[in-house]
Design a protein around this ligand. Sequence first.
Ligand SMILES: Nc1ncnc2c1ncn2[C@@H]1O[C@H](COP(=O)(O)OP(=O)(O)OP(=O)(O)O)[C@@H](O)[C@H]1O
Ligand code: SF4
Ligand SMILES: [Mg+2]
Length: 342
Amino acid sequence: MTDPILEVRDLHVRFPVRRNLLGRTTVENHAVSGVDLALAPGETMALVGESGCGKTTLGSTIVGAQRATSGEVVYDGLSLTAMSERRRAPYRRQIRMVFQDPFSSLNPRFTLRQIIGDPLIATGEARGSELEDRIAEMMRRVGLSPDYMDRYPHAFSGGQRQRVNIARALIVNPRLVVADEPVSALDVSVRAQILNLLRELQAELGLTYLFISHDLSVVENLADRVAVMYFGRIVELADTASLYERPRHPYTEALMSAVPIPDPALKGRGGRILLPDELPDPADPPPGCAFARRCRHAEAGRCDTGEIPLERDAAADPLTGRAVRCVRRDELDLQGIAVTPS
Ligand SMILES: Nc1ncnc2c1ncn2[C@@H]1O[C@H](COP(=O)(O)OP(=O)(O)OP(=O)(O)O)[C@@H](O)[C@H]1O
Ligand code: SF4
Ligand SMILES: [Mg+2]
């Protein structure tokens, strides 16, 4: 891999959930537990996993909206997590987040001019006609008419609001964008338009994406690589085609079995794998594999003790190569699906 634009090193994020009478934390939620990731410039990495697995927490920690408990976020070789707030400030423009819900993430009392222009207005970077021109240019780029600049968000559909969100993220010319479920609140008919827009903007502006989704079917045609997250950990990391064709972690296989296939005869696979609803308690992580209680391949004595490491294939690139967190990674023959060419 060329020098990564972003590296996440052994990142942990814990939230206090209970304190004693002295105000000391006695119970913590382990939202992110030792994540390592590296993104190459210009690539799209998907971060996929079910609700509550820590995707948003990881994304917010990368953009600096959430503090890391330990570990590092390294951007362009510089550790952002080691920096003071003041030194970090300029980097906040280079790594931006697009939020999931286009309805609640836009302040209803502000016009699109105020919302999209906010990062420029707040720093005084642009004013008057220059500010106006930059907002208008950004609006055109995301497919919104600058005539709407003085309207309020309520006048717009979900898809248009998500365009506003994207414009707000991109107006400061970031290099890396964390897109947190940017289409999951949208109607299916609008999803493809927003995904296409993100793809076009990436090609035009040379952006790197970390694209968060709970659904593997959304990322198939978008991502170069996929990181599968479970219970605060990465459990599988692979290029998109290899992951879809041959998942090597049982949790990936279960997520894959939920991807709708237009013509099963073409793609061939078994049925949907329904997981028992037995998520571990994030305040009390179990020993061994966190997926063990739900895994149909679990073996007592092997899967429920010790720490199961994320292991990379021997010949693989140490930063980007395929990695799997499962003691049975080399012995299972799991069911994948063929990737639809985009
Ligand atoms: N501010 C907080 N305080 C306490 N716990 C939190 C906080 N934010 C998140 N958590 C907990 O951290 C874990 C991960 O949450 P997170 O929102 O990152 O998951 P997610 O994968 O983005 O889920 P979703 O798909 O529902 O958006 C959950 O157990 C959640 O309850
Ligand atoms: S380590 Fe064991 S329980 Fe965990 S995914 Fe692998 S086979 Fe299943
Ligand atoms: Mg989330």
